[in-house]
Design a protein around this ligand. Sequence first.
Ligand code: PHE
Length: 447
Amino acid sequence: MQTPSQTLWKSRRGFLLAAMGSAVGLGNIWRFPYVAGENGGGAFILVYLGAVAMLGLPLVIAELAIGRSQRSDPVSAFATLEPRGRFRWVGWIGIAACIGILSYYPVITGWVANYLARTLALALPWNEADAISLDFSAIAAHPGQALLWYGIAIAVATAVVAAGVRNGIEKISKALMPLFLLLALGLAAWGLGNDGAAGALAFIFRPDWRFLALPSTYLAAIGQAFFSLGVAMAVLITYGGYMARDQRLPRAALTIVAGDTAIAMLGGLILFPAVFALGFDPAEGAALAFVVLPQMFAAMPAGIGLGIGFYLLLLIAALTSIIALIEALVAVAVGRWRIARKPAALAVGLAVFMIGLPATLGYGLLSRGDPGTATWLDLADGLTSQILLPLNGIVLALMVGWVWSRARSEEAAELRDAPWRHGWIWSLRIGIPLSILAAMAKAFDLL
Ligand code: PHE
């Protein structure tokens, strides 16, 4: 199936770093800590780890296997999975999820870029704790500011995708991901060293078990796991399509999943201690990274350095994820509509800019003067992570479990040992669909 002109990653390491760049994102550093905070801390983390291992890993393997065996864009891949070509629509669900995320993800990235620029310019009011939290609403609600940084983030990601899989995505991932890891480790060590560390560790390791009885905990964990791993969003199929034949697929999947999970834990170690040190509520929500941390930094002598490190960390995480999402769309434009990569990237970049406008302006112009009650962003996040992703996870699992021939899928997944093979296929056939359905039905009160 592979044509000579088929784009492939230049090296195995390049693929792993690009895939990690896609998986590790705002989901790990910004979203994971606050979702964990809202859903019972340690109890949520346990359920989350279960969801990652039992649902996330098999799906990551499945998507990489689809991508590499079909070697086509994430929509066409479903048409060739089965002889009669009836399942292209499954690919479109993934694209819908991808667009759903792109409708707000770059907006948050814009805030991050803005914070970084301000920190660099020492423009954040570092010594006035309250002024900083006000600053967040000011930043998010100022249409000019919001649009400027949002536009820059999309332009950079688009330019990288336009430069190509090897010369754009792989190169930038190789350059940025090691720096990202260093920053994450350094900041987590700082977190563990500060006053709130004891409170944070207690929150993580002395879980509030009552949350285990709440259905919403499970759906939130599944949604967060899929979001963070980048499952069910066409991206892993796309990146898997560029993966070399001789790279071991299960090991690559495991590396991506373990790496992403480890980084989410580091994200918690960076944020929670600050939350406890300042006496905030860990269930504070989305503002943790933008309101709580700057206050923490403001109170420290080396605060500016920490601030620069933290927002740079977030920016790298976010950019490499936007790049992956844009690449999935560009792959469809190139693969299905035969548009050349550069114009395709330009068109996708412009489209992404347009679809994100409601979320960008949702805190300002479109919020009718009340920045607190935003917004499009929450709506888009809720819809994608709690509905579109889990549903698409079910469809994907059924597709690979029942529709794709078992011999082909197992070969594509390179699962050689019988226990793993059986475990994988039956989790796709029954375990994953049922557990997602149960979590959704319970959470939405249908059972
Ligand atoms: N996984 C990314 C995160 O955790 C988000 C993302 C989703 C990136 C889908 C690519 C594809 O932030």
